[in-house]
Design a binder for this molecule. Sequence first.
Ligand code: ADP
Ligand code: ZN
Length: 521
Amino acid sequence: MSVTQEVSLKSKLKEVFGFNQFRGTQEAIINNIIRGHNTFVIMPTGAGKSLCYQLPALVLDGTAIVISPLIALMKNQVDQLNAFGVNAQFLNSTLSKAEINKVKKETISGEVKLLYVAPESLTKDETIDFLQKAKISFVAIDEAHCISEWGHDFRPEYRKIRGIIDNIGNLPIIALTATATPKVQLDIQKNLQMDDASVFKSSFNRTNLYYEVRPKHNTKKQLIQYVKKHRGKSGIVYCLSRKKVEEIAELLRVNDVKALPYHAGLDASVRMANQDAFLNEDADVIVATIAFGMGIDKPDVRFVIHYDTPKSIEGYYQETGRGGRDGLEGNCLMFYSYDDIVKLEKFNKDKPVTERDNSKLLLQEMASYADSAVCRRKQLLHYFGEIYEKDCQFCDNCLHPRERFEAQDEVSLALQAVVSTDQRFGMDHIVEVLRGTNNQYVESYGHDQLPEYGKGAERDVQFWSSLLRQVLLSGFLEKDIENFGVVKITPKGLNFIENPHPIKLTKDHDFEQEVLQEEEK
Ligand code: ADP
Ligand code: ZN
């Protein structure tokens, strides 16, 4: 890239968007796509993904196609770009025939710089015919995790995108997402055939967010106290059901909190009005289902409460991510009970088997996160494939540490069991072997004959599960990306088996006990 080009990118940034500087890896990403390379961007929400395709679209000849899953988001972005004086348009089911024809005409004549398309519209033959006639600069796939069944927002039409792009021409692709676990990342790259892509992954650490989990007990009282402590500040309370949303919004209102409900069961006009009231600070608290928040950019949300236990760590991370966007204070409080997990599992009863198994694993990980007394940030970041070495000193577990215990022998034994079972099993199986559980499955692999079999019988399932999760977090084990649930040993783990050393682990929370103690007080 020449000096003049660099200067012109910066001046475009200033001229069109009014920004003085690129953020993080934006400039490198933009250069990569301008050079025609496939590009894969993984950046947390709010980090500035949109600019990574908007700016190159302005610099390059022709029209960039932006595939985006939500019509509301599409309209927002197009309105914004139009306000900046950019010719951006969208194609989706909300347009009339005449409007569609106008968009197509302007695209073919080369006036449109960015064309937003819903995946449903993209799959139509007439859309493909039309796009073949236009000069396309590149394709941006926003919310690319929708491709993966392992993500939290799977959209089957997303899996057809690659074939359609091939039909249109040989085009560079930029895929973007804010939620990619290593598994999802691999899935996206495979499905889009982007093994060659340059990957730009930013850290998911949100240093200003404080994470806290409390047992779901006297929850209403705790909620009111918490919200009153943050009186006058903006906050979101997430609930799982519409009914709960209404109930909690009412509860807060009778306690003099300016709170409004938001869920898909409300009239669109009411929903819009409540959202606006929240954005304009006429209401302090919005009580919502997870339908709320996609694309909402309110910078000063000071707390995010999960009244019910969320369905997955990814969802939880996204929702808490709406707090403290301005870099200032952000408090994330989650109420947890195992009953919620069981309830959510029941909801999945009628889903197809793979989907059900999927959801179940996601829920188990959620439960483990809540139960664990290890630094929350370390756990969250590990989920997104980042190793966070220290403890953060800015989460409930760091500020109120639980008892620790020496576990050298147990860690050795557990790692050895992973090796002996050929690194082909999940944690539950390893626990069964360690505890000497007598079942057909263990026997069918001859694992009851292993030296480790039953060696850990005096410890319970929770002890071993917790230990395995902690050695995973410390990098002695890793998840097998190809086979969900399977754990493998790492070089660090092998080294530990050969040269064991003292190692302190943390006892899980015992929330039932904590609740009993609370009641005695
Ligand atoms: P994401 O899609 O990653 O969630 P957005 O693209 O919506 O994030 O950007 C988040 C906010 O950051 C927007 O308000 C956007 O205008 C702003 N932003 C993006 N890039 C820059 C930049 N280089 N300088 C200042 N603000 C930026
Ligand atoms: Zn911490």
